[in-house]
Ligand binder design. Structure first.
Ligand code: UTP
Length: 409
């Protein structure tokens, strides 16, 4: 597109400020800025104008329950056998979602590079690889591992894995791929810039992972080696077991399209998403979307019915993912701290949220499945997310839990 065409589009969308510094730029920078502007998805900004279109109205909700720990224990041998068989033939890959910016942690490198160790180095990525290696040792086979990064952290992530020799993992089985980026806006809907020649772009949420795997040509690669299932997990839960055979076996044996690890809520008001049914399909209802009646709904034995929170560890049937890949996921408008250049062209790094990012979320993929198995795991053994430096879901709380589980820090 020419400068004039871009100018017209920006005028139409009241975003002409993106060209404020155009005259100061080199020809290459000018070209690059025009390219960035021409690839803006204006629909996102329309969503902001008309927030009704974003997904905030739920259908009819009903409890879903979970395969509980006692039931899992009773069938553990059978599940483990099925899981080992599938894993040994590389039917189950693992996808690490590491494209986020981890703004709450306030660490300026990829979150996985954060050192949780105290007397020795122990990186978040290292914890996850160690957890996966437990399975690799048990099944005596490498699990194909796909690591999602973004433009913001790709080079740092890849170099770090090489520098650390993949923490003992076999690099032949590790594939990095990048997710897409989306623009960010201030509270008035004005697109933010991170420098005079660059829009402020951020990773577009963790929901685009399958699409990005496909764009990277990795779906055909995994089908060639026989992958039929993909486990997707977050970077920040340093305790989670990844592809543990009992879980894999239970999901396969259930005949469901997907499974999700869940933990019993610590208290009814805990701020976690709960796996339930929405209009007969599996769905995740966020804590703020639950009414007080739902929160306290009990069965005849007095057990809370909406009681199993998700921990961002899902397992999906690959052919089902291919079926839904072109369906539009709802776009969430999320308040974040977004670095930007001010009217004087100076970079500002805000300490409080100052605008919105647009994100698609993996949890919305659950609702596109027909069936889902919620699989309960022991909370203190599998759930230690690192979101914040201190307090709830923090470096501090994760360190405590790691110690409780015998990990030397
Ligand atoms: P979070 O919801 O914690 O988001 O991500 P975040 O961006 O990493 O962190 P904050 O909110 O800014 O503090 C949950 C998981 O999804 C991944 C993260 O890397 C993490 O594993 N994620 C998130 C992506 O892969 N891409 C994204 O665009 C967002």
């Amino acid at each position: 597109m020419t400068y004039e065409q871009i100018r017209d589009i920006l005028t139409q969308h009241h975003q002409l400020h993106l060209l404020n510094y155009y005259e100061e730029l080199t020809p290459d920078q000018q070209k690059s800025l025009l390219e960035q502007i021409s690839s803006i998805n204006w629909n996102l900004l329309d969503l902001l104008q008309n927030r009704k279109n974003t997904k905030d109205e739920k259908g009819k909700l009903e409890p879903l329950g979970a395969l509980e720990i006692s039931e899992i224990e009773a069938q553990k041998e059978e599940f483990t056998k099925i899981g080992i068989e599938a894993l040994k033939t590389q039917k189950v890959g693992a996808v690490l979602l590491a494209g986020g910016q981890g703004t709450r942690l306030g660490f300026d490198k990829p979150k996985g590079m954060f050192n949780v160790g105290i007397t020795k180095e122990l990186y978040i990525f290292e914890c996850l690889i160690h957890n996966l290696m437990d399975v690799v040792r048990q099944i005596d086979t490498w699990v194909p591992l796909y690591i999602m990064t973004s433009d913001k952290n790709h080079n740092d992530t890849v170099s770090f894995f090489h520098e650390k020799n993949f923490f003992g993992y076999n690099p032949e089985y590790v594939h990095f791929f990048k997710q897409d980026m989306a623009p960010s806006v201030d509270y008035n809907g004005k697109l933010l810039m991170e420098s005079k020649d660059r829009l402020s772009l951020s990773p577009n949420g963790n929901g685009g992972w399958f699409h990005s795997l496909q764009n990277a040509g990795l779906i055909s690669q995994m089908k060639e080696i026989g992958v039929e299932w993909l486990t997707v997990f977050a970077v920040d839960n340093v305790l989670q077991r990844i592809n543990d055979p009992a879980y894999v076996g239970a999901v396969i044996a259930s005949g469901c399209d997907c499974g999700g690890k869940v933990v019993r809520k610590a208290d009814p008001y805990e701020r976690v998403g709960v796996l339930c049914l929405e209009d007969g399909h599996p769905s995740i209802v966020e804590y703020y979307e639950m009414t007080d009646d739902m929160i306290h709904l009990k069965d005849q034995d007095g057990n809370l019915l909406y009681n199993f929170g998700v921990i961002l560890n899902y397992m999906f049937r690959l052919n089902k993912l291919e079926e839904i890949v072109n369906k539009q996921l709802p776009v969430h408008i999320v308040e974040k701290k977004i670095p930007y250049i001010d009217d004087n062209g100076q970079l500002v790094k805000p300490s409080e949220p100052n605008g919105y990012k647009f994100e698609e979320l993996v949890l919305d993929m659950i609702h596109l499945m027909d069936t889902c198995l919620p699989y309960e795991v022991v909370r203190n053994y599998e759930f230690a997310p690192i979101k914040n430096p201190t307090g709830i879901d923090s470096v501090e709380s994760a360190r405590e839990l790691l110690k409780q589980n015998g990990v030397t820090l």
